[in-house]
Ligand binder design. Structure first.
Ligand code: EPU
Length: 418
């Protein structure tokens, strides 16, 4: 496995271009199996998770080709309805195939994802929705099997907002018989992007992004030709990097409106943020100010930015309270930030961060994707050298990260970690 070696203390300056959103690309790649033929998806980031999804689609009998940000997926002849354990265990988003497979093939057999680094993460709500749409659900030997001759429209209420749950059922409903209403559905921009992609295939989805989504099932969808939205978490990560290094970064090709909650909190922390269309110019202060956050479903503060924000707060003036309400175990980065000298106490889902004036470089371990990002944020400002081990997670979600950081003047190197 690789490690990242970062020499901290450089004010990062320059321009960075944002890649396509991982969490929009994955469900939209899956949506291709709702149609028969060749789909082309543009601005797909070059990430391990995208390649894992490609392998999963190929396992179902689809053709998958990826080059220069373009994914071409041929779904003329699917010959399997199984998402095996070895793929689901490396990428939870594999569960997104359940709905589309039952809808198109009448059956899906998907390995149940276990718990993961950030929490238990069940899929009961995905299955509850499919049951309401008429699927017969069975659990056996670690696999869930869903069967239905043809799914039918239903009224489904989520008692917890779930992003991939909403996406799974929205895809299934797109070719079900009749109309499906998803109440208290997730409102994330990635959900809206999937709705737009389905509509571009001839689907009839209304209300995505507003809480109640209405999907009128159609008999057939046509293949995709669609461009993915820019990644709001990558955008947010670079904003935090500008903040912690006291830098001046022009972030290009993003959608600032997708980061409103984060922008409000970063401004409260003393960052200067100017919006110019699809660009954000972010200038960091001499030292950030403490600011409290509570993670919430969109449009609240995103859990996917909690770790990076905590890294910023670890050197802020004052004490900040960070509340994680989405996942029960998303503080794995705390122990690593402490190795760098951060003063952080946690109790349940609450972290109290007492800002110190400077972090110190250390050997740290990346434990999940956003935890890895937070260690990069911290290392860029730390005194001396930080070795971030187990880089595997980072490559799941950040495209060409070290090249982008070097473009901003960072001293970053990837090395073999034997
Ligand atoms: N939940 C249930 N039952 C379900 C589904 C979810 O209890 O059937 C709970 C979860 O355990 C959690 C909450 O609902 O407590 C919200 O989870 P959600 O289902 O929204 O998460 P997800 O769809 O599995 C997506 C992103 C995550 C992101 C979360 C929250 C993708 C592929 N993944 O996960 O992204 O953190 O939404 O915004 O879209 C990441 O990119 O690093 C990442 C983890």
């Amino acid at each position: 496995m690789d490690k990242l070696v970062i020499k901290g203390g450089i004010k990062l300056k320059g321009e960075v271009e944002i890649s396509g959103a991982k969490n929009a690309a994955l469900p939209i790649m899956v949506a291709s199996i709702l149609a028969s033929g060749e789909s082309t998806i543009y601005r797909v980031p070059d990430l391990v998770d995208v390649m894992t999804m490609g392998r999963l689609l190929a396992n179902l009998g689809a053709g998958f080709h990826y080059e220069n940000g373009e994914a071409i997926i041929y779904t003329g002849e699917l010959n399997s309805h199984t998402a095996p354990y070895d793929l689901v265990k490396t990428m939870r988003a594999s569960v997104l195939v359940i709905g589309p497979l039952v809808a198109r093939m009448g059956m899906a057999k998907v390995s149940l994802p276990g718990g993961c680094a950030i929490g238990a993460r069940p899929i009961n709500l995905h299955l509850m929705g499919l049951k309401k749409m008429g699927a017969e659900i069975k659990l056996d030997k670690g696999y869930v099997t869903a069967r239905a001759k043809r799914l039918k429209g239903a009224r489904i209420y989520f008692d917890i907002q779930t992003v991939t749950g909403t996406e799974n059922l929205m895809m299934a409903a797109a070719i079900a018989k009749g109309t499906t209403v998803l109440e208290n559905s997730a409102r994330e921009p990635e959900v809206v992007d999937l709705a737009n992609a389905l509509n571009s295939m001839g689907g009839r989805v209304r209300g995505a992004g507003e809480g109640t989504i209405e999907i009128e099932g159609v008999d057939e969808l046509k293949p995709l030709s669609y461009t993915i939205i820019p990644d709001r978490v990558e955008t947010g990560t670079f904003m935090t990097i500008a903040g912690i290094t006291g830098g001046d970064i022009l972030i290009k090709g993003c959608i600032p409106e997708h980061n409103e909650a984060l922008i409000t909190k970063l401004r409260a922390a003393g960052l200067t943020i100017k919006k110019h269309g699809t660009r954000l110019r972010v200038t960091g202060p001499e030292r950030p100010l403490a600011s409290d956050i509570k993670t919430m479903p969109y449009p609240g503060f995103p859990t996917d930015m909690q770790a990076q924000f905590m890294a910023l707060m670890s050197v802020a003036e004052g004490t900040s309270i960070i509340r994680e309400t989405i996942f029960e175990n998303r503080f794995m980065h705390v122990a690593e930030l402490r190795r760098m000298g951060a003063d952080i106490e946690t109790e349940g889902g609450v972290a109290t961060v007492k800002g110190i004036s400077r972090l110190k470089g250390a050997d740290v371990m990346a434990t999940d994707l956003r935890a890895s990002a937070s260690l990069i944020v911290a290392a860029l400002a730390a005194e001396g050298k930080t070795n971030i081990h187990r880089l595997y997670h980072l490559d799941r979600g950040y495209e060409r990260i070290e090249r982008k950081l070097r473009g901003l003047g960072a001293a970053v190197e990837r090395q073999r970690d034997d």
